[in-house]
Design a binder for this molecule. Structure first.
Ligand SMILES: [Zn+2]
Length: 302
């Protein structure tokens, strides 16, 4: 009974319940502290759902990565919240801040922000698999050996910055209100938790539209080329257009399928992961930028 509630109710609870609470609180002028409380609640729900209905039991057990992942999550989430906090300042100096359609209903403004961010972040993500220097930074995220909620924030802070520039800067230039940006920050946190969750939830045919864990597991297959699919953050719409959508209902996933085949010994400690992109090893055996991605493809195809 409880497992069935999680299986079919977890995604609606997070997408409509948590995100809906964020919309309600922001629209009614609640203190910004609610934002942190909601994100902590979402993380707690993610861990609880992973224990009740895991996709794989062993992915709930740490591989000496729990502390590192917590460090990545705290640093990156703090950076996101700090960025939201400076939006009023940025909005004040942006010359075109009157572009934002403030007259629309608040929830419509949130949907608009999500759609714009989805396009920008998905496109930056795809580029991160094609451009050598971007892959160096993004490789930190692909070094995961188990697939669970906190992986979403397990990324190099500089790569997160690049993603934010692509996804959020257009919104800031348009003059996004801080209340809308606050809800967007919650939506991103919830989406990252859902997308990487070790929860065997189901959404039916919506799995081909929403960028959730059923599709995102394919993105973390360790063989380059094979894993260069399903880049979407919120939706898979852009993957359908970019011809990078992939799904096989028969495919199962184990620990051996995850990570990077070309980098089986990628550093696992937090600070070593921060440094790795700037080392020769971070370039996938070749220092030459143009060779980065082609070497990754040719060497790591199964
Ligand atoms: Zn990726």
């Amino acid at each position: 009974m409880v497992k069935n509630v999680i299986r079919y109710g977890y995604v609606p609870f997070m997408l409509i319940g948590i995100n809906g609470a964020a919309v309600y609180l922001a629209a009614h002028g609640a203190s910004e502290l609610w934002l942190i409380s909601l994100i902590i609640t979402a993380v707690a729900c993610s861990f609880a759902a992973e224990r009740i209905l895991p996709y794989r039991d062993e992915w709930n057990t740490g591989l000496d990565d729990a502390g590192r992942d917590a460090a990545h999550a705290v640093v990156n989430e703090t950076f996101i919240l700090a960025s939201v906090a400076v939006i009023p300042l940025l909005a004040a100096i942006a010359p075109s801040h009157h572009w934002w359609p403030s007259s629309l209903p608040f929830v419509v403004q949130v949907f608009l922000a999500v759609l714009v961010a989805d396009f920008g972040i998905t496109t930056i993500h795809l580029a991160s698999h094609k451009v050598g220097w971007m892959w160096r930074l993004h490789a930190v995220h692909h070094s995961i050996r188990r697939f669970y909620g906190l992986n979403g924030l397990m990324k190099h802070p500089l790569h997160q910055t690049v993603e934010m520039i692509g996804g959020v800067l257009p919104l800031v230039i348009m003059g996004i209100p801080v209340q809308v940006a606050s809800v967007l920050a919650v939506c991103v946190a919830v989406q990252l938790l859902l997308q990487h969750a070790n929860v065997d939830y189901r959404v039916g045919t919506l799995r081909s539209v929403l960028a959730l864990n059923e599709g995102h597991r394919f993105h973390h297959l360790k063989w380059a080329g094979v894993g260069d699919v399903n880049f979407g953050l919120f939706t898979l719409v852009w993957d359908h257009l970019y011809r990078t959508y992939s799904y096989d209902p028969q495919r199962g996933f184990t620990t051996d399928d995850l990570g990077m085949a070309a980098k089986p010994h990628y550093p696992t400690a937090y600070f070593r992961q921060l440094v790795e992109p700037f080392t020769a090893r971070g370039a996938c055996h070749f220092v030459d930028t143009d060779a980065d991605m082609s070497s990754r493809r040719t060497e790591s195809t199964p």
